[in-house]
Design a protein around this ligand. Sequence first.
Ligand code: MTE
Length: 318
Amino acid sequence: MLIKRRPDIASSEITARGLYLSRRAFIAGGAALTLGPSRATAAAETPPAEPLAAKPSPTFRVDDPPTKFESATTYNNFYEFGVDKADPSIYGARLRPRPWTVRVEGLCARPKTYDLDELLRLVPLEERVYRLRCVEGWSMVIPWIGFPLASLIKRVEPTGKARFVEFTTLYDPAQFPGQKKNLISFSSLEWPYAEGLRLDEALHPLTLLTFGMYGHVLPHQNGAPVRVVVPWKYGFKSAKSIVRIRFVTERPRTTWEKAAPNEYGFYSNVNPTVDHPRWSQATERRIGDFRRRPTLMFNGYADQVASLYAGMDLRKDF
Ligand code: MTE
């Protein structure tokens, strides 16, 4: 997000996938020397995702047609794998999503390290179709699989002092080439990736602890094995490959806030009336469409979430 580029057109959409990958492999010949196996080899190593059963939610679904799986898994932001939209699908095979634990700690009565399989059994999984709107001006519609984050939070009993929740992504440069500080993958972000929500936002029924999409476990590039999805906020609030959830009193400093506080505020609610300093947020392009469409306040979830921000100046608290 720090790099100036045209946010709305993926080269993967203009060129056929095979041609596109081989062209990138050719262009990126130098990069491969630094990052390890060639991009083509890395892409071929990505294992097929396993099916993940979930009951479709009758309530939490939008009518818009879902984005094509191919687009949702090849046009990604996951800076741990690199700054290019195609890097996560190309280098994603390096991530080892099992065994995996999530430490839930901080200001709570029952801190606990959850094994991924235990988390998956905690409450029945649901399929929810949500819009995801990136701060860069593109959006997708994804059938996610997970359960409300609130179900986990309530189990560990946050104390009265807990006001915010911090999410931390795995730090391991061996699995995430983008975390290596070298000329090719340097993105100037601080690792590990950190995001945060106010406790009431984290407890909101829309906030989903997410393990899968399109009927399968999360592809590595989409945040395997577990991420959050907060559909009324710009996509970067939805941290991927989470290893720690921590309850704190002070507002946590998040990765994008640290990188560019004037561009990426803590709240980051989708708001068409507050422009990003470098571009308008009034419209967006749904991946797969040509025309731009008006962006909706809170990404279309205003009825459910506007009350969380009653009395706040959303121009100041952007
Ligand atoms: N989480 C981590 N750990 N690292 C990232 O770079 N990028 C964010 C978010 N979560 C990011 C992350 C951004 S900018 C967006 S738009 C969404 O993931 C993209 O999710 P998707 O690739 O599944 O569409």
